[in-house]
Design a binder for this molecule. Structure first.
Ligand code: HEM
Length: 167
């Protein structure tokens, strides 16, 4: 299915436009998109660190988890929007490289799981800032989610880089 999508994208005018390195007006599109992608990764990683280290009670414990979530989640969604947009540009520029890569598809699956975890933590703390600290069981659950989330974001960054080396 993804290979077929890649084959179709190669024939689109947008692919020709994004991947044309012979024109002054277009050659910077992919390098700039890659640069912005990496800068957005930094923002996302800072947010993930702040939220998950607070959930683990390692840092930021002067604020409730709900307060930290309400501070960092808008930045997280902003960074993810930029990552999606710049990622789409790079995918259209090189559709067969991305959509034919198991590493890329694995990365996308991990992104969906990480986004779901972040959304759960954000939504549960919206109504009750101390939701995850009300019982020992909830604290263990959120600690587990935080470790999973940090591992996943790290794995996504590694997978993103590995697309260039592995299929
Ligand atoms: C939200 C959807 C995302 C899309 C559609 C996307 C797409 C892409 C694409 C197409 C590439 C180029 C891969 C290549 O051909 O070498 C890439 C690179 C990369 N991505 Fe993403 N990405 C997304 C999210 C993320 C996230 C959340 C992270 C980190 C947590 C991330 C980290 C990276 C890294 C580290 C690279 C390598 C950059 C480089 O070496 O220049 N991406 N991404």
């Amino acid at each position: 299915m993804f290979t077929a999508l890649g084959d179709w994208l190669v024939q689109t005018p947008l692919h020709t436009f994004f991947s044309d390195t012979t024109k002054m007006s277009t050659w910077l599109i992919v390098p700039m998109s890659q640069t912005i992608h990496i800068l957005a990764v930094s923002v996302l990683m800072i947010c993930a660190g702040l939220l998950n280290l607070r959930a683990l009670r390692i840092a930021g414990t002067r604020e409730t988890l709900g307060k930290v979530a309400s501070n960092v989640m808008p930045w997280t969604w902003g960074a993810l929007t930029v990552l999606l947009a710049t990622g789409i540009v790079q995918t259209i520029a090189e559709p067969t490289r991305e959509l034919g890569s198991t590493t890329f598809l694995t990365k996308m699956t991990l992104v969906l799981i990480s986004v779901a975890i972040a959304a759960v933590v954000q939504n549960t703390t919206k109504g009750d800032e101390n939701y995850w600290e009300r019982t020992a069981q909830r604290q263990s659950t959120v600690s587990l989610l935080a470790v999973a989330s940090l591992t996943l974001w790290f794995g996504i960054a590694v997978a993103g880089r590995l697309v260039a080396y592995a299929t």
